[in-house]
Ligand binder design. Structure first.
Ligand code: AMP
Length: 212
């Protein structure tokens, strides 16, 4: 069965999805990671997404839905974790149709990670990533042993352009306007589950266990 993982930026979706993948058995789709990868490689998709991602706005639905469709087509028969997708009502409707039309394993739960706004800001402004392996750190909560150097692969760590304070406010606005309504969408479908995303990532992950 497939899972949708959603919530505000900085809620910990990527961190929790990585743990779910480690448990095995599911294929991870993170639209944010796919856009960043395409931007890094200067593909047509990356060039199209760049201005939206860098400014904290949502990439248009047609582009995002097309991208997810392509990944599903290339990975038929998998159980998926949809991480950061859907983020709008048209995306949620499109996903439902794709799952039906493409015979994707049905969505069992839409797991919503709940974190207060002040915690989101602290997490996002302090977040650092490895350029090479994508490992995620935080300058205070989980710093690298050597400043600017990834503990896992020695790659350089950096701050995402969209983790700067001015862009974060645009991302939070986009979340409130377009993604928050999905709570009601999934409540009506009987798929909604709220998970407390505060505290240590291991403790948060334990709260997911009944739904995996
Ligand atoms: P994330 O890594 O999930 O925080 O996403 C980073 C950025 O990628 C977002 O601020 C958007 O610009 C873009 N993005 C990721 N997922 C979506 C989506 N489902 N719909 C539209 N834009 C997205």
């Amino acid at each position: 069965m497939s899972l949708v993982l959603f919530g505000p930026p900085g809620a910990g979706k990527g961190t929790q999805a990585a743990r779910m993948i480690r448990e095995g058995g599911k294929f991870h789709i993170s639209t944010g990671d796919l856009f960043r990868g395409a931007m890094k490689n200067n593909t047509p998709l990356g060039l199209e997404a760049k201005s939206y991602v860098d400014s904290g706005q949502l990439v248009p639905d047609s582009v995002t839905i097309g991208l997810v469709k392509e990944v599903l087509e290339n990975n038929r028969g998998q159980d998926f974790i949809f991480d950061g997708f859907p983020r709008t009502s048209p995306q949620a409707e499109a996903l439902e149709k794709l799952v039906h039309d493409m015979g994707v394993s049905p969505i069992r739960h839409a797991l919503f990670l709940e974190v207060p706004q002040e915690t989101l800001l602290t997490r996002l402004t302090g977040r650092r990533l490895c350029r090479d392996c994508g490992a995620v750190y935080h300058v205070e909560a989980s710093p690298t042993a050597v400043d600017g150097k990834c503990d896992k692969c020695g790659g350089e760590t950096y701050q995402r352009k969209d983790d700067s304070e001015d862009v974060i406010s645009t991302r939070l606005e986009a979340y409130a306007k377009s993604t928050e309504p999905l709570k009601e969408y999934y409540q009506k479908k009987g798929l909604f589950v709220a998970i407390d995303g505060q505290g240590d990532p291991d403790r948060v992950f334990a709260r997911f266990q009944p739904y995996l």
